[in-house]
Unconditional design. Sequence first.
Length: 406
Amino acid sequence: MISKRKLLGLAATFGLAGLIPSLAMAKNPFDFQTPVTPIAKETLYIHNLFLIIIAVIFTLCLGILFYSLVMHRKSRGHKSALFTKPTTTKQWIFTIIPFLALAFIDYVVLGIPAFHSILALADTSHADMVVKVTASQWKWQYEYPKDGIKFTSTLSTPQSQISGKQPPDKHFLLEVDHPLVLPTNKKIRIVLASNDVIHAFWVPAFGIKQDAVPGYLRNTWVDIKKPGVYRGQCAELCGVGHAFMPIVVIAKPEAEFTAWLAQQKIKQARAATAENKNFSKRELLARGKSVFKANCAACHQLNGMGIPGTFPPLAEGKAFSASPQMLEQLRKRGFYKNGKIVMGPVKDHVDIVLHGIHGTAMPAFVSQLSDADIAALVTYERNDFGNHTGDVLQPSQVKSIRSTKK
Ligand code: HEC
Ligand SMILES: [Cu+2]
């Protein structure tokens, strides 16, 4: 028989062997991102605690199991035990102690911190600030309700990298045109909504991953302790563009954030004045092209030729076939005739962009694009992709169409 001391030594060795991989995980590229919010810190702590405790228990039990298999084998003269339940006091102790120890570990050592972090995660009360995040296929809209600021954030990784013509750069598919900017050391409540399907707002360094569900408002919160650039992604499969809606958050100290906010306000006010002016056709086409790229090209493609059966081309006279329901919707709106796309009247065209096509993937842009954006967009569409309608639309016209009830 092996001595008790030897047995303990063996168990300790196995226990340590289990610890080493979990400790080694602390600094390797597969590890979690450095946590920068209380929630992220807490959940990472719990994760490591769980991992270490579980690894120790696992290796300890496995060690005892292997030890027993080897040392008590038949060839050494051992016989199977015949008892079906503990009988001696010693056996009772060896049964009850592990049971109590496991219950203690589960419900106290692991249970209390886990429960605490789940409650903390859900506690969005006493926020210093509220940001509204609206997801749609396939972009994020960020809104600062108190300051009346709102903008859309879309992927800015160039198409040439996506198609493999150029090598991917460091932040491939993790770069956007307008990042979300937030102050550090403030409790920020994030209210999540979705315009179409379920998306999920996930920023690993913040320790949050919250679904955005159409028809519901969901809450989460962050309190970023360190200025920096943090990247995340939509974490709920939401269609073909799912991989193309990253999240970039820039966390700035409060003073810098306030300055940024003031600047945004000026920018938005200036843009609002600019809305009322008349643009030249050249200006409209240039602006329309960039608005199209950011908002429409994911479905209708950069060249406006769409995807057969799914997304119609925007070119007059192009053939398009799809499900009868889709085609019927298009026909009703005056954009489809005899198997081909036709350019409907300007007013209906603006209407489609403003309100989308109900029951199809064509989204409404009424709350995302300004009058000038839409004027530019529609002018661009009607004079590119092989279209030559010659129509030039001004923001004031879009404004009046926008205000007439549909
Ligand atoms: C999420 C995908 C998606 C996005 C983004 C999208 N569309 Fe569409 N669009 C569609 C679908 C699908 C249809 C066809 C709907 C139907 O069958 O009735 C459509 C139809 C249209 C039509 C009428 C048909 C045609 O071919 O002329 C126009 C015009 C149009 N979209 C313009 C736009 C513009 C402008 C944008 C950007 C502001 C845009 N779409 C963004 C999916 C999209
Ligand atoms: Cu998504």
